[in-house]
Design a protein around this ligand. Structure first.
Ligand SMILES: [Zn+2]
Length: 222
């Protein structure tokens, strides 16, 4: 995201070494592969790694957070609750192996309500880019809300929801369709996001949703 205060990279992806580590431990029948390097992805929009000011993983899973290691000059911002989870979690396949000396900047969410969310934290001084708590997939997962000047919002939800369609059904049918490690937290999060989108036209953007890029391009709201 090219913001006047600096370039923000949400969910920087997976490093090659983390991918090799994950692939070695993978015994459950699914595979990850790298289709595009981070340099190629940034290059498509005329940017390089050194242009990135902030790297913000939504949560600690290796396919979202380990890419932060490729940005030594950027500020890597990690929710403190999620960092505790990353450090404590014993299954290294799921979380990047934290390298010695890796010191992301930790933040806590504050008692600053944003719609139905009781806590939040603005990233930018203009208050348009904000972290909100969306636990359920992991205990410290956050989403990044970006508000434009027309009272619309982009909602980068990380791994809360595999797709916007599934999420819309979860709201409409008042139930969880996909599996969450913490269904109780996921229900609470779903209710907050459902409430948010009923107040604000929202482009809902789960990280692994194949339709997210199109939705982002056309500002297609839920
Ligand atoms: Zn995840």
């Amino acid at each position: 995201m090219e913001h006047p205060e600096g370039v923000i990279l949400i969910d920087p992806g997976i490093t090659k070494s983390s991918l090799a580590q994950v692939s070695k431990g993978m015994k459950i029948g699914w595979r990850m592969q790298v289709d595009k390097s981070i340099d190629a992805g940034l290059g498509e929009v005329g940017l390089t790694r050194s242009d990135v000011r902030w790297v913000v993983p939504t949560h600690g899973h290796v396919d979202h957070a380990s890419g932060a290691l490729e940005f030594p000059a950027a500020a890597v911002l990690v929710h403190g609750r999620e960092y505790d989870y990353m450090r404590a979690f014993p299954w290294r396949v799921a979380c990047p192996k934290l390298p010695r000396g890796w010191t992301p900047s930790l933040y806590d969410l504050e008692r600053r309500p944003l719609g139905p969310f009781d806590r939040s934290l603005p990233l930018t001084d203009d208050g348009r880019v904000v972290f909100v708590p969306t636990p359920g997939h992991t205990p410290g997962s956050v989403s990044v809300v970006v508000r434009d000047g027309n009272d619309r919002a982009l909602f980068f939800s990380g791994d809360h929801s595999a797709s916007a369609e599934i999420f819309a059904r979860e709201c409409a049918e008042d139930r969880l369709i996909q599996l969450y490690p913490s269904p109780k937290q996921a229900r609470h999060t779903r209710d907050r996001i459902c409430g948010f989108r009923s107040e604000t036209p929202t482009v809902y953007l789960p990280a692994h949703d194949p339709g997210a890029a199109r939705r982002l391009e056309t500002w297609e709201t839920l």
